[in-house]
Structures are given as structure tokens and as C-alpha cells.
Design a protein around this ligand. Structure first.
Ligand SMILES: Nc1nc2c(ncn2[C@@H]2O[C@H](COP(=O)(O)OP(=O)(O)OP(=O)(O)O)[C@@H](O)[C@H]2O)c(=O)[nH]1
Ligand SMILES: [Mg+2]
Length: 333
């Protein structure tokens, strides 16, 4: 079974409701006990099987609930990111359902152990055990959707970017397909996925680069369209969170060649709203893809593909990062 690490937490693989029941009943069916007579044998078997299957269901679910990190909503990068990716309220609700089911299974176990212990003949023992199996099944089936949701959440948490909040950080932003990931690959150790269709980057990517004895963090973000925050989807919202919480410097990438499929007019409109939204943060405006089109403008010009202009850009980024508060604190420490 694979485990997911999130900080110090390990979230185990989440079984579906039928996998969980299969596991519980299979384990129970392997038990073979012998008693003093037929009734006693039946009773001993039933007791052991009810205990085993109940413990597996209750214990497994309880373990799932305990393994999740504490999910408090807050004004910080990780909790907002988890909220965008999985929805903290929905996850809490589903974990609550698992917890409820775990306790109910324990309760059923207790009730039916009492029943079979008191059963006077073999058929009453079997009746009790079968009734218990049926009720345990319907109990676990009631949380089918919650298990599916928790499993999806677990996979999202597994892919959370590992961010160092103390490192001076440059966030690369812009429209989809303008070459942000290509640029991140040029600058850093990160190996982002670059594909010739929009919205390739679906989450935040983290890379690092060094200059002298300084280490800097570079953040690749999913493309943003020029629209209001309320209209942004969960992929775009991650880019907004990276800008809000991680950026010491923003590199805003423009694609004047429009081979990205987006008009400059729209890209510039997004640039204006990012400028307004993140006033006070140093921003470098870059025109990419100069191997295709070179505009007459004051902006920095690069080709992330050929590498042209990259040295100047990196020098500009590092000179701004070197003056961030984080970096000053680091030097003074
Ligand atoms: N000609 C040319 N193509 C480039 C350049 N930079 C990137 N591309 C191409 O543009 C396409 C998109 O590049 P990406 O780096 O994936 O773009 P992105 O901005 O990360 O896109 P999203 O992740 O979808 O937002 C790819 O086909 C790249 O090869 C460049 O400088 N010149
Ligand atoms: Mg990308």
C-alpha cells in the first residue's frame, strides 16, 4: 500500500466501499474456530468473524480520518491552495461521514456480538451473523460517495507543490500558451510539461536556480485569462494564489506573436489587472517568442525557445530578488 506524505502526515490509499467490504469479509471468512459442540463452534466462528470484519471497517475508516492534515481555512498559501483544489468544507464533511461510519460499525459489532452469544442454536447464530453482514454492508455503502471524494482529495494532496516560503521567489505569470513553462525550464531546475495546446500547466510548478551563493525559487503558474476573479476556474485560481502569497517578483510574459492563440490586446488587459491587483510588487514585463515576432517596445525581449535575451532577463530577476525583504533578512541573520 502506498502512502502519501504531507508534512509529517501519511495518508494511506483510500479503498472504495466495495474494496473495504471485500477486505473485511474475506479476512473474516478465513477464520476457522472449533468449539465443544456444533452450536459452540458456530458461535465461536460468528464471534470471531463479526469482530474481525467490524474491526477492519471501523479501524480502517478511523485511520483515514486521523491521517488527514488538520484542515483549517486560513489566509495562507497551503490552506487556500487545499481549499481551491479539494474544497475544505466538502472534505471535512466527507471525513465526518467516514468517522460516523467507523463509530456505527463499532456499535453494530457490539450489538451483534451480544446477539450471537445469546443465540440458542446454529441457525440463530447464522441468522445473527448474516444480519450483521447485511447491516455492515449497507452502512459502508452509504458512505460510497464520501470515500470516493476522500480518495480524490488524497490524490490532490499528494501532488501539492513543495514550497519554501523563506526563499526569495519569482512567479511567472501570463496568458496560457505564451511560454511560461518554457521560460521556467530555461531558468531553473524544474522540468515543466510544455505542450502546444492551452492550459498545459494545471498546477503550480516549483523550480530553483542559483546565482553565486544565493538560491532562488521560481514558480510556474497555469495560464490566466483576462476575466474577473469570480469567473476563474480552479486551475487559474492557483496562479492567483501563487501571485498573492509567493511572489517577491513577478515576471509577466507576453506573446506578441499571438501564436499562443490569444490577442495582445487581451494579454495587455490582463497585465493591467495583475499590475493593479499586486501593486507594490516589482514586475518585469517580458515579450517572448522574439524568434517569431519582435515588437517595437520598451519591454524586455526574449525567446524562451532559443534562449535569446535570457541572460538579461535573469540578471534583472536576480537583481530584484536580491533586494527582497526575505533576502535582506537572510543576509542579516
Ligand atoms: N517560437 C517560440 N515558441 C515558444 C517560445 N516559448 C515557448 N514556445 C512554445 O509555445 C508553446 C507554449 O509553451 P509553454 O511554455 O507550454 O506555455 P505556457 O505559458 O506554460 O502555457 P500554459 O501552461 O498553457 O499556460 C510551446 O509549444 C512552446 O514550445 C519561444 O520563445 N518561441
Ligand atoms: Mg505552462
Amino acid at each position: 500500500m502506498s502512502n502519501v506524505s504531507h508534512g509529517s502526515q501519511h495518508i494511506p490509499t483510500i479503498l472504495t466501499s466495495s474494496e473495504l467490504l471485500d477486505k473485511a469479509f474475506k479476512r473474516a471468512s478465513k477464520i476457522k474456530k472449533k468449539g465443544s459442540d456444533r452450536t459452540d463452534t458456530a458461535r465461536k466462528n460468528a464471534v470471531a468473524r463479526i469482530t474481525t470484519s467490524g474491526d477492519i471497517v471501523s479501524g480502517t475508516l478511523g485511520n483515514y480520518v486521523k491521517s488527514f492534515p488538520s484542515l483549517e481555512k486560513g489566509e495562507e498559501f497551503n490552506s487556500e491552495l487545499i481549499d481551491v483544489l479539494v474544497g475544505i468544507d466538502a472534505l471535512k464533511k466527507s471525513l465526518g461521514a467516514l468517522d460516523w461510519c467507523s463509530k456505527k460499525a463499532r456499535e453494530l459489532e457490539r450489538i451483534y456480538l451480544g446477539k450471537v452469544k445469546k443465540a440458542s442454536d446454529v441457525s440463530k447464530v447464522h441468522q445473527g451473523r448474516n444480519e450483521y453482514y447485511g447491516r455492515l454492508s449497507s452502512l459502508v455503502n452509504r458512505i460510497k460517495k464520501d470515500l470516493e471524494f476522500v480518495s480524490k482529495a488524497r490524490n490532490e494532496l499528494r501532488n501539492l507543490p513543495v514550497v519554501d516560503l523563506a526563499l526569495p521567489t519569482v512567479v511567472i505569470a501570463g496568458y496560457p500558451n505564451v511560454g511560461k513553462s518554457q521560460l521556467v525550464e530555461r531558468i531553473s531546475s524544474a522540468k515543466p510539461i510544455i505542450a502546444p495546446y492551452p492550459f498545459t500547466t494545471k498546477g503550480i510548478g516549483i523550480g530553483h536556480f542559483r546565482e553565486g551563493w544565493h538560491t532562488y525559487q521560481v514558480v510556474d503558474t497555469p495560464g490566466l485569462l483576462d476575466r474577473r476573479l469570480e469567473e476563474r476556474n480552479r486551475i487559474e485560481r492557483q496562479a492567483v494564489l501563487a501571485l498573492k502569497y509567493l511572489a517577491d517578483v513577478i515576471v509577466f510574459v507576453l506573446d506578441p506573436s499571438e501564436t499562443s492563440g490569444y490577442r495582445m490586446e487581451d494579454q495587455l488587459s490582463l497585465l493591467e489587472s495583475v499590475k493593479k491587483g499586486f501593486e507594490g510588487l516589482p514586475m518585469i514585463e517580458v515579450e517572448n517568442k522574439i524568434d517569431v515576432v519582435k515588437m517595437d517596445s520598451e519591454r524586455m525581449k526574449i525567446s524562451a525557445l532559443s534562449g535569446e535575451g535570457m541572460e538579461n532577463l535573469i540578471a534583472e530577476i536576480t537583481s530584484l530578488l536580491r533586494n527582497t525583504k526575505k533576502e535582506v533578512e537572510r543576509v542579516l541573520r
